[in-house]
Design a protein around this ligand. Structure first.
Ligand code: NDP
Length: 337
């Protein structure tokens, strides 16, 4: 019976997302005795689950594997009482300052605050070899993996600011770098494009459309097959690494018609805070961030979201009707593990 009333309580805070932002929000809210409930997703760990070595997270001078780092983030949040649901949220019903509802199928969870930390995912080309050779020559994160290609040949696919930024960064390590675009027009800002053009070891190739990433005998990427968009001719470029930098998609679909988002689907927060347009609903990490998209910046905004939620809970009166009504279906809450 005690267990049932525990299950029926309204949560202080539900966090949706299990990457650096979500786990940091969990750590801070757990240490504030808010007993956070985290819906970490079926594939918990976010984008770092697909990364190899992380060398740019402060505090790990020898580097750390992405999945191992996420295991540690999770364990640290769990140590202070965070509960986890290792599943994907199906639906949210958000309100402005009232009860926030989170659904797994028909199972309803209620909370006074919600921290949205669903992250973003790199856009994919959707061609053969792209996923299979991930971590074996094909990457979607120049800042993460560029340094592994010292003195090697690298391709960067894409013509926006992401591709230019990756190219400029990777050109410090690679001996030769080719930026390959499917058109001779670029979406990148002039300043970023000029900076990339100034690099001696960067060459631009177009109009080439990627067809396939091909492995060599070692099982690592050896070449990329392209089709010339104008002539139709096929061409292979030998390379040690290929970075796909064609943009990111914020994972905001489940709230897009409820909170304010920009034209690209990123959740809009008040400047200098994690507050969305709805009272009690906060957004952190890559689902908000167009620009930086690093584990450390995501963790930083996760902390901000936790502090904002804590302040909201301290200052706001939760409406009476926000409490769980007797007779409702008991919500099953999984504990960490
Ligand atoms: P963009 O949408 O600006 O550019 C995407 C690029 O990828 C385009 O060249 C596009 O080609 C190409 N592309 C898309 N799909 C394919 C495909 N299937 N095959 C081949 N090429 C493809 O995305 P970004 O991530 O570069 O930038 C997004 C936003 O983030 C921008 O507003 C940008 O300014 C900002 N940003 C800012 C940074 C900074 O200020 N430091 C750093 C990174 C991003 P096409 O043009 O033919 O569609």
């Amino acid at each position: 019976m005690a267990e049932q009333s525990e299950q029926r309580k309204i949560e202080n805070v539900i966090i949706v997302g299990g990457g650096p932002a979500g786990y940091t929000a969990a750590l801070y809210t757990a240490r504030a005795n808010l007993e956070p409930l985290v819906f970490e997703g079926f594939q918990w760990g976010g984008q770092l689950q697909n990364t190899t070595e992380v060398e740019n997270y402060p505090g790990y001078p020898e580097g750390i594997m992405g999945p191992e780092m996420m295991t540690q983030f999770r364990a640290q949040a769990e140590r202070f009482g965070t509960r986890f649901v290792t599943d994907d949220v199906d639906r949210l019903e958000l309100s402005d300052g009232g009860v926030q509802k989170v659904f797994l199928g028909d199972e309803e969870h209620r909370a006074k605050t919600v921290i949205l930390a669903m992250g973003a995912e790199p856009k994919r080309l959707g061609v053969p070899g792209e996923m299979e050779l991930g971590g074996r020559g094909v990457s979607t994160c120049g800042v993460c993996d560029g340094a592994f290609f010292k003195g090697q040949k690298v391709l960067v696919i894409g013509g926006g600011d992401s591709a230019m930024e990756d190219s400029i960064f990777i050109s410090k390590f690679a001996s030769e770098l080719k930026v390959v675009t499917r058109r001779d027009q670029f979406r990148a800002s002039k300043i970023m494009l000029d900076r990339a053009r100034e690099k001696d070891n960067i060459e631009f190739r177009n109009p080439l459309e990627p067809l396939e990433f091909v492995a060599g005998e070692s099982g690592k990427l050896a070449k990329v097959r392209f089709r010339n968009v104008e002539t139709g001719a096929e061409e292979e470029i030998e390379t040690d690494g290929a970075f796909v930098a064609i943009g990111h998609v914020p994972k905001s679909e489940i709230v897009r018609d409820q909170v304010d988002t920009d034209e690209d689907g990123y959740i809009v927060t008040e400047a200098g805070s994690t507050r969305t347009n709805l009272g009690g609903v906060f957004a952190v990490g890559d689902v908000v961030d167009h620009t930086y998209r690093q584990a450390v910046t995501a963790a930083g905004t996760g902390c901000m979201g936790a502090l904002d939620a804590e302040r909201f809970l301290r200052d706001a009166d939760v409406p009476v009707e926000a409490h769980w009504m007797p007779g409702g279906e008991p919500a099953e809450i999984a504990t960490g593990g």
